[in-house]
Design a protein around this ligand. Structure first.
Ligand code: SDX
Length: 426
């Protein structure tokens, strides 16, 4: 119950609904009594729907604010590291030095996958999209952990979280190696998380592995910027799958599948393809016109956001990182110039200004990933890797509390009841 109330008058009835306030952000109206009064809410795309209470991440779309456990994303990206951010998302506080060392070592001890997993890859064509492979192999992990899939057991939830955070880089690198016909590289646990990932991606058994520290730091920052983002489509998918009691590996696999779409995590791959299709600054106006044309399905990939109606704070950090990494690597990528010019033109164009369309997290990330040497087809896999702690933190937050199975209703506009017509009478 709440002292704050909202009143809804409909069909001569007046309903009093509880209004709840969070720490920060909009109040919410509890509409659950509507069903008992013969009504549903109607909110396609959940534009105005708070599906849950959560303490993990806060976004203010108008101010362009993103907080994890209260800490601004730009401070975490500049001063923290990815595993520390994973700890923050899972446990709601930054770790002490001792807690961090224990957590990092726990993750280190779970980076290998059961060798049987390597046989799964052989069922895929070498040219399979890496996201198709990741959906399969991550979901299949549950087949190896029958001893710890009791989601009501807090220890089982903890070990599953550690296993997923630890094994995603290994599986992502195995996916890449499989598609280029190179042998899998085993994790080297003396390396940091991001160094280990780059070692497994670009190392080979014929020579000692060398990881560029500039690239490792950029990789770590990219993982931080993708770690969590409130109740986005893939996180909501993980929560909905989790609400049925499905095991965490199956839930994360469902999240990977949802992330794949070009309107969501697949946008980073689509941005690079778009920049390459634009090809030259002289063609930018042509593509901006296509994006504005209601009759043209083309959209400016990496622009717009359901929540941010101001700059995506992650895009700002990513843009700065792109400048730094390309300069430090001595990479002169014309696509970065096209991206910056495209951003400038779009942000001065009435269409984008009026619809509050700004660059999002996907607009610059691909430029950095390309400079690191990661192929475009692997971009969304990198997003999935980075997002895993967010997915698993939301799953754990739900399962460790009280929850119901997610079961939305609908506005039915199909035929009213009618009798069956035998074939000879149709
Ligand atoms: C991510 O939710 C999250 O938090 C997601 C994410 C995360 O970290 O989890 O932040 C990651 O998914 C970022 C978004 C990546 N997607 C893209 O970059 C794809 C391009 N953007 C869009 O398709 C679109 O902006 C969405 C899907 C991101 C948001 O769509 P909405 O909120 O449903 O908005 P909309 O489609 O209703 O668009 C509003 C208007 C429309 O015009 P009108 O019908 O009002 O005339 O803006 C137009 C759209 O046509 N519009 C665009 C556009 N995005 C929206 N027009 C041209 N180019 C675009 N990119």
């Amino acid at each position: 119950m709440s002292d704050k109330k909202a009143t809804l008058s409909v069909d001569g009835k007046t309903l009093e609904l509880d209004v709840y306030s969070g720490t920060i952000g909009p109040d919410v109206i509890d509409v659950s009594p509507l069903t008992g009064n013969g009504y549903f809410t109607y909110d396609p795309g959940f534009v105005s729907t708070a599906s849950t209470e959560s303490k993990i991440t806060y976004i203010d779309g108008n101010q362009g604010i993103l907080l994890h456990g209260g800490y601004p994303i730009d401070q975490l990206a500049e001063q923290s590291d990815y595993l520390e951010t994973c700890y923050l998302l899972l446990y709601g506080a930054l770790p002490t030095a001792e807690q961090k060392e224990k957590f990092v070592n726990k993750v280190r001890m779970h980076t290998m996958v059961n060798d049987q997993v390597s046989t799964f890859f052989k069922g895929f064509r070498r040219d399979a999209h890496p996201m198709a492979i990741m959906c399969g192999v991550v979901g299949a992990l549950s087949a190896f952990y029958h001893d710890s899939l009791d989601i009501k057991d807090e220890q089982h939830r903890q070990i599953s979280a550690i296993r997923l955070i630890a094994k995603m880089p290994t599986l992502a690198a195995m996916t890449y190696k499989y598609t280029i016909g190179q042998p899998f590289m085993y994790p080297q646990n003396h390396l940091s998380y991001s160094e280990n990932f780059l070692h497994m991606m670009f190392g080979n058994p014929c020579e000692p592995s060398k990881v560029n520290p500039v690239v490792a730091r950029a990789m770590d920052k990219i993982f931080i910027l993708h770690a969590d983002h409130e109740q986005n489509a893939s996180t909501s998918t993980v929560r909905l799958a989790g609400s049925t009691g499905a095991n965490p590996f199956a839930c994360i696999s469902a999240g990977i599948a949802a992330l794949w779409g070009p309107s969501h995590g697949g946008a980073n791959e689509a941005v690079l393809n778009m920049l390459e299709e634009i090809g030259d600054e002289s063609r930018i106006d042509e593509f901006v016109a296509k994006a504005k044309d209601k009759d043209d399905p083309f959209r400016l990939m990496g622009f717009g956001h359901r929540v941010y109606k101001n700059f995506d704070p992650r895009a700002k950090v990513m843009k700065q990182a792109a400048d730094e990494v390309l300069a430090e690597l001595g990479v002169d990528d014309p696509l970065l110039r096209i991206a910056k010019r495209l951003e400038q033109i779009a942000l001065e164009d009435e269409y984008f200004v009026s619809k509050k369309l700004y660059p999002n997290v996907d607009f610059y990330s691909g430029i950095i990933l390309k400079a690191i040497g990661i192929p475009t087809s692997m971009f969304t896999v990198i997003f999935a890797l980075g997002r895993t702690p967010g997915w698993i933190a939301h799953w754990n937050e739900m399962i460790s509390g009280s929850y119901k199975i997610g079961r939305p209703r609908q506005l039915y506009t199909g035929p009213a009841q009618r009798d069956f017509v035998p074939l000879d009478k149709r």
